[in-house]
Design a protein around this ligand. Structure first.
Ligand code: ZN
Length: 278
């Protein structure tokens, strides 16, 4: 294809959580009208809705359902709790399959006062059980390494290297990695690990936002790309070098932006995305 004629938004996807005040229906309509091509749906947006109708809404809009967000939280001190987490993940896979999302993103879990090693073993055991179910439903599982500041309660997988290792252990086309620049930008090993992830066909998804200075809240104070300090262009270059041809998913948690006009916010997101010339 002649690159100059390519739709500059053809690889842009937005997570529904980014425009949190909008319902799923509003998000679908607004993304579509803005020329965005993909949508990643957070599970809370499906609550109480008929999944078939959600699927139809997405299909009719022409958007691709890139991911269902999120599953995981596999760890726990008690066996019953971990079994319950597996059930919840099967439900997430069912939902992804119903709306025809390509993958479920996994925030793998961490349990306070339990060693991260044990948590990682529990994550591995959970994936062992869950992977055949994902395959049967033709839904991929994407391990998202989280910034170490979340190693207390959210994930014991904190580097791309750890995520790569886990994905390589299973060596399955149904399991890979979701790379979020917010979580990995600081890693001195990042270039090497991105290339390793690509070589093993494990790079399933890329999430974009930026790291704000100063960050006021560890969770809900993320920035629009280009307004923070992450070297996003450099990371995109490393990703593109692997041959990655998937979506770039904008995922911004921000109390600040959620209070603002979401149409203006979405326009700012698109403008900043276009600067990367993806
Ligand atoms: Zn993410």
């Amino acid at each position: 294809m002649n690159k100059s004629k390519k739709n500059p938004l053809s690889r842009l996807c937005v997570h529904t959580i980014t425009t949190k005040p909008w319902t799923l229906e509003q998000a679908i309509e607004k993304y579509m009208l803005s020329g965005i091509q993909g949508i990643s749906v957070w599970r809370s947006y499906l609550a109480g809705l008929n999944l078939k109708s959600c699927r139809n809404m997405i299909k009719e809009s022409g958007l691709e359902a890139v991911a269902l967000v999120r599953g995981g939280f596999f760890t726990g001190l008690k066996k019953e709790g971990r079994a319950k987490a597996l059930d919840e993940n099967r439900k997430a896979i069912d939902e992804a399959s119903a709306i025809k999302a390509n993958m479920v993103v996994l925030v793998c879990g961490a349990t306070p006062r339990q060693s991260l090693h044990i948590s990682r073993d529990q994550i591995k055991s959970a994936l062992e059980i869950l992977l055949p179910y994902a395959e049967k439903n033709e839904v991929k599982l994407a391990i998202e390494p989280l910034h170490p500041m979340y190693a207390d309660t959210r994930s014991a997988i904190n580097t791309l290297k750890q995520a790569n290792k886990m994905a390589e252990y299973f060596n399955s086309p149904w399991l890979g990695v979701a790379l979020d620049v917010y979580h990995v930008w600081w890693d001195p090993d990042l270039e090497k690990q991105i290339s390793r992830c690509g070589e093993n066909n494990n790079l399933l998804a890329v999430h974009l936002c930026d790291w704000k200075i100063p960050t006021q809240d560890m969770l809900n104070d993320r920035e629009i790309m280009g307004k923070g300090i992450i070297e996003i262009s450099q990371i995109i270059q490393w990703i593109e070098k692997t041959g990655y041809d998937g979506f770039y998913e904008v995922e911004i948690f921000s109390d600040h932006y959620w209070r603002k006009d979401q149409d203006i916010f979405l326009k700012e997101i698109i403008d900043s995305y276009l600067k990367y010339n993806i």
